[in-house]
Design a binder for this molecule. Structure first.
Ligand code: HAM
Length: 403
């Protein structure tokens, strides 16, 4: 028997109704916030991710689904959505128009990680990217958007916030951090030793307990921000507070992708086990230039859909739609015709086999239909249809044409 690949899964039944419910809610919120839908390819040139997510990141280093296609192109299944949207933004020359562009997307992402609960090799994200706005209100806007989506779904979370500084304040901090890390380099894990030169701030969020202990006293990003980063960070905190959104500052939050500067944030849940990050994002003002576009400020986030499915409650108890059945094959044509008409505005289930009234009622209950509509000989002769409301048990014979 052929099975789905390790770390990849099918989504069906209760999970798929939660999945589609989530997409509906999140898309509606995104539209209310002025974002428009964008669809970009699953497959991109490998270089796109090397130059954006970064060669020092685990994603590019270890986790890419990368291969040479039949045209000898080095390609890769997207491990995240931001890079493709930025590529499209530049390719469509939107970086040359002085206006704000806001996009949202959802779809599959691929990372060759070690699968475990909440960590898949194919997973789905819902994300947004906002281009052209350097005002910190836009950082607050996207954070409040995640809050709105989770609130509408009744999902509880903790918001973690940090600032990663900018090219003005980071070089000096980086040098100080390297100096500090080198003083206990041999005690750090091998990954951290490699990161010291490549991307030292990634050492700050190493999950290894002994590394965490060692870096407790290392210089902190937020104590070394330039005036502009510092005042933006203070303003962001003030906006979130005035909008009643609680957060905690996590000085070790650096994110696993290399393109961020200034605001970085993560939403975590304590109800889903070790893989607790349910959304992450931040500002990436340098990425567009880095990918050969005109310098454009940008900020965005992505929510991991599989991680929140267990947290979504969909009320399946209410009855809705119509169940149609015939007492004899001769009346199936009539039943099918009426069901097709009704499908224009309501959910309809049609039973194709002839059954007794009792069996049809049982079928309607199983389908959680609100009405059970049946045609037998008497109804057909009188051009009627028998309809039972399964909520209040009211039964009626209704004129076939007017039903
Ligand atoms: P990310 O933090 O790598 O950010 O991923 C966002 C979310 O995707 C995570 O918080 C998590 O919920 C989910 N996720 C990541 N990896 C897996 C996995 N292996 N299995 C299941 N879920 C996973 C980004 O991807 C950025 N592009 C977000 C962004 C958009 N930043 C700016 N704009």
């Amino acid at each position: 028997m052929i099975k789905a690949l390790r770390g990849m899964k099918d989504v069906l039944f209760e999970e798929s109704s939660k999945f589609t419910h989530f997409i509906e809610v999140a898309s509606r919120v995104a539209k209310n916030y002025g974002f428009e839908y964008i669809e970009t390819p699953l497959l991109e040139e490998t270089n796109l991710f090397k130059r954006s997510v970064g060669e020092s990141s685990d994603i590019v280093n270890k986790e890419m689904y990368q291969f040479i296609d039949k045209g000898k192109n080095d390609v890769c299944l997207r491990p995240e959505g931001t890079a493709g949207v930025v590529r499209a933004f530049i390719e469509k020359k939107l970086d040359r128009i002085n206006t704000t562009n806001r996009f949202f997307y959802h779809g599959a992402m691929f990372r060759y990680e070690r699968p475990q609960k909440g960590r898949l090799r194919e997973f789905h994200q819902f994300g947004v990217e906002s281009f052209g706005e350097s005002n910190v209100y836009e950082d607050a806007n996207v954070i409040l958007m995640v809050n709105e989506i989770f609130s509408q779904l009744n999902i509880k979370f903790k918001l973690k916030l940090n600032s990663l500084g900018c090219p003005e304040c980071m070089p000096e901090y980086r040098e100080n951090l390297i100096k500090n890390l080198k003083s206990f380099e041999d005690k750090l894990c091998l990954d951290c030793q490699r990161r010291i030169e490549q991307n030292p701030i990634r050492v700050l969020d190493c999950k290894n307990k002994s590394c965490q202990e060692l870096i407790k006293e290392s210089p902190k990003l937020i104590d070394n921000l330039c005036q502009s980063c510092d005042s933006d960070f203070s303003k962001l905190k003030a906006i979130l507070k005035s909008n009643d959104l609680d957060f905690e500052i996590d000085t070790h939050l650096v994110r696993g992708l290399d393109y961020y500067s200034k605001t970085a944030f993560e939403f975590v849940s304590d109800e889903i086990g070790a893989q607790s990050a349910i959304a992450g994002g931040g500002r990436y003002d340098r990425l567009i230039e880095f990918l050969d576009g005109r310098a454009t400020p940008a900020v965005g986030f992505a929510i991991g859909i599989e991680r929140i499915l267990d947290l979504i409650k969909v009320d399946e108890s209410s009855l809705n739609g119509i169940y149609f059945g015939a007492l004899d094959e001769n009346y199936l044509d009539l039943v099918f015709q009426k069901a097709t008409q009704k499908r224009k505005d309501t959910k309809v289930f049609v039973e194709y086999s002839k059954k007794s009234l009792k069996a049809h009622l049982k079928g309607a209950n199983k389908q959680k239909a609100k009405h059970c509509a049946v045609i037998g000989e008497n109804e057909a002769n009188e051009s009627k249809i028998w309809v039972k409301n399964l909520e209040d048990s009211n039964e009626e014979l209704i004129d076939f044409n007017s039903f």
